[in-house]
Design a protein around this ligand. Structure first.
Ligand SMILES: [Zn+2]
Length: 445
């Protein structure tokens, strides 16, 4: 059923991005990404890849494509601050069963799926996506703009150490680089010099931020959730390498002690953070750092955690429950301290799982208004992405807003998402027009 819906979805909308030198969207109710209400019956003129004019009435330039937005809502393109576009198969499958090109083509499909859901920009928090980013930027394949991290930086036995129980460390055995590392997924490193080398290797390839595993993870088998990963000196080394390129470090971490260590080492973005406490949240606020929690995990079915399966092995279920227990408290503390809060789903798995990124909108309704969550997924995320400083590849215009000079990334919906977030959650029915970088990706009008 779901597969069929997807096939129809793609058959209708994916045949070529339409290049149009100017597009005029008339009479739309515009939410610009920053204001608290809609601006009724506005026109937006797109020239090339930027927004050229926003006004009540704009005469159509010669040759412009004119779109009537009557009764519909125009918002900036959405963004997701935590994706893994290349992770459409399990690591063991990628490593043992899949040709690298097959994995890459699946990643391209996943990128296209995200774009068709309305995500025009993503921050990829680990995995080999440099080539995908380049192909999307060159217009070879449809997808969102990508802020890539490159390979996970993990310590031995950390969340990014994908060896099975019988594989010796290449370090002790004098062996070759682990296959998953060689494919660009991970650098398993220990000590300051190795962390620096891995950090610089990612920066050399075009990482716009570094992703460091700073504590135990759910999907990995040899690191309990409570484990803290990397010493302060190792974390500081990654932060220094990133800062020297004018960018920052984001870490995977759940626990309060791990969060405190990372923040004190200069880490600017805490991804997950589900087991944060009052003191760690206060420190996050004091450091003006960012938090990227995943609310939808509390609603996700077993097949999200174990793709292709209906049940979860007990050891993994224990880890999941340990983490999920903290979700509500994390959100409440984030509200209490008014911290920088980004919208990042960490939705990955089988193709089609991109839809779970939209579930994050539904989940956040437990703690936030539609307006607050829409800001998180547009302007707030854009503020986070701007931490990548001089490594930021997308500086021609602003992201996440509808204003003159911004990138022409806009979505036209039937209905008003400021009143009902479900408008966003069901794009097949409601999302009538997707424009990314001034090009029409979908036009169902
Ligand atoms: Zn992740």
């Amino acid at each position: 059923m779901k597969t069929m819906a997807y096939i129809l979805f793609f058959a209708c909308y994916t045949f070529g991005l339409t290049a149009q030198s100017s597009i005029l969207i008339k009479n739309a109710n515009v939410w610009d990404g920053t204001s608290n209400q809609l601006n009724i019956s506005m026109s937006v003129l797109i020239e090339k890849n930027l927004i050229a004019q926003v006004a009540k009435n704009i005469p159509a330039p010669e040759g412009a494509l004119v779109i009537d937005g009557s009764g519909k809502t125009l918002i900036p393109g959405l963004s997701d601050a935590h994706v893994h576009l290349a992770s459409t198969l399990g690591l063991a499958e990628i490593r043992n069963d899949a040709d690298w090109m097959y994995t890459a083509i699946r990643a391209a499909k996943s990128a296209e799926n995200f774009l068709l859901l309305g995500f025009t920009t993503v921050r990829d928090l680990g995995g080999p996506v440099f080539g995908l980013k380049r192909a999307i930027d060159e217009g070879l394949t449809p997808g969102p703009r990508i802020y890539p991290s490159g390979a996970f930086i993990s310590q031995t036995s950390g969340h990014g150490d994908a060896r099975n129980a019988n594989e010796p460390s290449p370090y002790w055995s004098g062996g070759q680089m682990h296959p998953i590392d060689a494919l660009g997924w991970s650098f398993v490193v220990d000590g300051v010099p190795e962390v620096l080398k891995a950090s610089r290797e990612n920066l050399r390839k075009g990482a716009t931020q570094l992703k460091v595993m700073a504590g135990g993870g759910i999907g990995s088998d040899f690191d309990p959730i409570h484990s803290i990963q990397f010493t302060s000196e190792e974390l500081q080394a990654a932060v220094q390498a990133a800062a020297d390129w004018d960018t920052y470090v984001a870490v995977h971490i759940y626990t309060a002690p791990g969060i405190i260590r990372a923040l004190n080492a200069g880490v600017k973005c805490i991804d997950h953070g589900h087991l944060i406490d009052d003191g760690a949240m206060a420190l996050l606020k004091e450091k003006n750092a960012w938090l990227v929690p995943q609310g939808f995990w509390t609603m996700a079915p077993a097949s999200f955690w174990e793709p292709g399966k209906d049940s979860i092995p007990p050891a993994r279920l224990k880890k999941i429950n340990e983490v999920l227990d903290g979700t509500a408290r994390e959100m409440e503390l984030a509200k209490k301290y008014k911290v920088n809060l980004a919208f990042g789903s960490d939705a990955y798995g089988a193709l089609g799982f991109e839809e779970y990124a939209l579930m994050e909108f539904t989940a956040r309704m437990q703690w936030f208004s539609p307006l607050e969550v829409l800001k998180q997924a547009t302007t707030e995320n854009a503020r986070l992405f701007s931490l990548s400083g001089k490594t930021n590849p997308y500086t021609e215009g602003k992201l996440g807003v509808i204003e003159v000079g911004a990138y022409a990334d806009v979505l036209l919906y039937e209905g008003n998402p400021l009143e009902d977030i479900q408008v966003i959650v069901h794009p097949t029915e409601n999302l009538k027009l997707i424009v990314k970088d001034g090009k029409i990706v979908k036009n169902a009008l």
